[in-house]
Design a protein around this ligand. Structure first.
Ligand code: HPA
Length: 242
């Protein structure tokens, strides 16, 4: 079974043939919402809306530990994390799909590990390559099979939000080597790694990051272009399940 974590662009998964929903409780509290089980084609899928079904949980308020724990507890073999990002690198044009291969984490104050507390061992998981190589390769392959061009390989910067960044912050993030910026990639990826869950990210660029592009301001994608982006995400997920 494959897990899909839907971001703000995908609070519902219209292509999922739903079989049932399940409320999962975890030692870390409640996930963002009930898990939705079903099928896309032949593939068994469990879906969770990262920001809740009403898109009402801000990036820094998401219980990432509960979400990842819940997916692990129902036996998923891999996680596809969908998110929206701002583009920094010149080819990260709004509307593009990107499959990042590394992360810089600027988030803070989030519960970011399962390995803490008096009766837990100290564990330092390897995070050299934050995303699962095979799952990434499958996403890249699937996207091309779906006839979509995706950007294969990028550094994802995770900021705290919920506000967007200043121009100076984006310049700094760019100097640090990041290509795109979002708010929910961490600690989600690291928590998946701690539970040895293969995890890959598929991002939709929805704006130029602050100071990038022509306007100099962070302008969101027009609704129609956004909808096209969501359709592309769904096309990749449909192809993935074939
Ligand atoms: N910055 C951070 N997160 C984002 C952005 C951005 O410009 N766009 C979408 N998520």
């Amino acid at each position: 079974m494959l897990a899909i974590i839907g971001g703000s662009s995908l609070a519902k998964l219209p292509i999922l043939e739903v079989t049932h929903r399940q409320v999962v409780r975890t030692p870390y509290g409640d996930p963002s919402c009930a898990l939705t089980f079903g099928r896309i084609g032949m593939q068994n899928v469990v879906f969770i809306a990262r920001h809740g079904y009403g898109n009402s949980i801000a990036p820094h308020e998401i219980n990432y530990r509960a979400n990842i724990w819940a997916l692990h507890s129902v036996g998923v073999k891999g996680v596809i994390a969908i998110g929206t990002v701002g583009g920094i690198r010149p080819d990260m044009v709004p509307g593009s799909l990107v499959i990042p291969d590394n992360i810089v984490d600027y988030s803070w104050g989030r519960k970011h590990t399962f390995f803490e507390g008096p009766d837990k061992p100290v564990v330092h998981v390897d995070f050299t390559w934050p995303f699962d190589r095979e799952l990434r390769a499958r996403l890249v392959q699937t996207s091309s099979e779906a006839g979509l061009s995706v950007i294969d390989g990028a550094v994802y910067a995770c900021t705290q939000g919920p506000r967007l960044e200043s121009v100076a912050e984006i310049r700094r993030i760019e100097r640090d080597g990041a290509d795109m910026v979002g708010m929910t990639g961490m600690p989600e990826a690291a928590l998946a790694r701690e539970l040895a869950l293969p995890y890959a990210n598929l991002s939709l660029v929805v704006n130029w990051a602050a100071g990038k592009g022509n306007s100099g301001e962070t302008v969101a994608l027009p609704e129609t272009v956004f909808e096209q982006g969501v359709s592309k995400l769904l096309a990749v997920l449909t192809q993935l399940a074939k």
